[in-house]
Write a protein that binds this ligand. Sequence first.
Ligand code: NAD
Length: 380
Amino acid sequence: MNNSYNRRRFLGKLTFGLGITALGTSGISSLFACSGSTNEKRTQQAGEQKAQDKLGIALVGLGQYSEGELAPALQETQHCYLAGIVTGTPDKADKWKKKYNIPDKNIYNYQNFDTIKDNPDIDVVYVVLPNALHAEYTIRAAKAGKHVICEKPMAITVEECDRMIAACKEVGKMLSIGYRLHFEPHNKEMMRLGQEKVFGAIKKLRADNGTGSTEGWRLDKELAGGGPLMEVGIYCVQGVRYTTGMEPIAVRAKEMPKTKPELFKEVEEALSWQMEFPGNIIAECKTSYSEDMNLLRADAEKGWFELSPAYPYSGIKGETSKGKMEFEQVNQQARQMDDFAKAVKENRATPVPGEMGRQDVKILQAIYQAMRTGQRVEIS
Ligand code: NAD
């Protein structure tokens, strides 16, 4: 884009009272700087995004999900943009700053992360770290005065979730969980069909989510908090909760025999469990790190409705007893982050708040307790 056009547009925005405080003086001066240095250009481009009234997001943890999904999605968002990064790997910082035009002043490591509080470019911190680190970084981000999006599962324990929610409340900032499927049309249709009882009352549900392999920290109980239940089984818990619009009252669970005990030393390899809802509705669920599965199905009084696959980033297919669902495939992450940015701007609640993440962690913990004890575990 032509520079004088941008400058005019920016000045136009300023006359409507936008942007001065958000940009800070360094942002403004760099926007008008004539120097051709690359970093100044990056600062200028970041300033332009701010001037368009977009919220700045900083991704914490530049692993597969940030690199493969969130950063590309942030190139499509209307209400937020990739403003900063937090990484422990200098090589990654270099690669990302070139690829996404991130100015040096918006690049942090895990040690200096707390100084992000002084950076007006960053409105939202998005925690995309191994599960056991979600609580620490969410709380540090809140203390730095930022809104937070935290990836699923929200944390390892309910107590951590409580501290995360309290930290954000204390500073008056919003907390949301990366539940992208709440912004996906087929999954939204499952919510509508189930909650509005379009096929009558639901009688039973089936939810399976499994992947054929895994590696790294996901096999480490301390970092992951558990096996496939924490990673992909959580989508089944979410799926049956949003399809019924109800909360489970009890769970039962059974660990499946390990086919690769040398790999799954600390966490389960596969697990099946049952969730009991009011009205005698039963959800049968399965998760695995050694079998690909992807289903969400409800059987109701007057028909059935299902997604298969139900949970991937794209290619979701839906069908009901009356025929196929016809919905577009969307960029789920872009919609999720845009909705959060709009919620912040409009000062309204997010549909996927910390409390929802906490409830899932509570259910996951009950499922593990049921697995360990062989007992039916009630959820208070
Ligand atoms: P990953 O292993 O690819 O990336 C993790 C990142 O954390 C890496 O950049 C790593 O360097 C960094 N890190 C910092 N401290 C670490 C430590 N002590 N040990 C290991 N890594 C450390 O993982 P990912 O797939 O990007 O997953 C990150 C989070 O995102 C997880 O909580 C996961 O559940 C979630 N996730 C969500 C979705 C979704 O669809 N919503 C999809 C994938 C992952």
